[in-house]
Design a protein around this ligand. Structure first.
Ligand SMILES: [Zn+2]
Length: 87
């Protein structure tokens, strides 16, 4: 199967048989450019995952704080109905 290759930097169409490492137009190192782009993507993805996990942990933490507060005050948890109905 034949696939067109393009310079990842300037978008110049490269011959399928173009095997040199540098773009003939802009001279960018094609292999390295691709590798770096992938690394940046990975890093961005990892950052997103860490952020999502962090938000989740913060939510848990808040839930626990609310639980503690309610227990200390003898109040029902916000997500439970108050069986006695007392204020
Ligand atoms: Zn180029």
């Amino acid at each position: 199967m034949k696939e067109d290759k393009y310079c990842p930097n300037c978008g110049r169409k490269l011959s399928f048989f173009y095997m040199k490492q540098n773009c003939p137009d802009c001279g960018v190192d094609i292999l390295r450019f691709n590798a770096e782009a992938r690394l940046q993507q990975d890093a961005a993805q990892a950052e997103k995952e860490v952020e999502a996990l962090w938000r989740f942990l913060r939510k848990l933490d808040k839930a626990r704080l609310i639980e503690k507060y309610c227990r200390r005050k003898g109040r029902p948890l916000p997500w439970e109905d108050d069986p006695a109905g007392n204020e």
